[in-house]
Design a protein. Sequence first.
Length: 253
Amino acid sequence: MIISKSQREITLMKEAGRVLDVVFKTLEDFIKPGVSTSDIDEVVEKVMLDNKCIPAEKGYYDYPAASCVSVNDTLIHGIPSRKIIIQEGDIVSVDIVANYKGYMADACRTYKVGTITERANRLVDVTKQAFFEALKYVRPGSYVGDISHAIQEYVESHGYNVARDYTGHGIGSHMHEDPSIPNYGKAGTGAKLAPNTALCIEPMVLEGKKDTRVLGDGWTVKSKDGKLTAHYENTVIVTEDGYEIITMYEGEN
């Protein structure tokens, strides 16, 4: 069941989103060659706690960290580690969920570390733009399938693939709520969008084939062929006449 949010609930979610903005701004200067993915996670947790938010991922189904930090061929759910050191040319996805007074916002950015290859740069840019292509269909009366189809069509038109086993989702007092929002699908199908619902739209894109594998830690998802991956996500509120992104700060590139 898709849950419409009250204005009070949306206000709390917006504060969670504002804190994610602070985290992302901080990470822009922090992520560089030589830092570990564990160092990144420590910054995420400190900024959240300093801003009166709980890092909702920590402890979720026993997940051990405040963020998912996924490097290069790791698509999602990379567990931060002292052993994973960021290198020049890496692309690093940081996926975080803030809980403010019981209400959540969820977002991800893929950072370009130093000078990256043209192929990596193109992948990251296409992944981000796929989100904005999907936004064109976020309004009351549209369907989840419209969002899914827009992402798939844009990504595949650039020669990439979307993840099949992982989806976007609704959000509110729980990290994952209805509806599920796949990155592929048929326009005009699925749940119909209504005002005051909250969606996490998150293109997860693979440079190569769509197949993924999960490591023995039960979390880390990698491309099966070892090629690059990228991830981009925002929390979006459906309004009376369109949408509002609550996890993107003004002037963000």
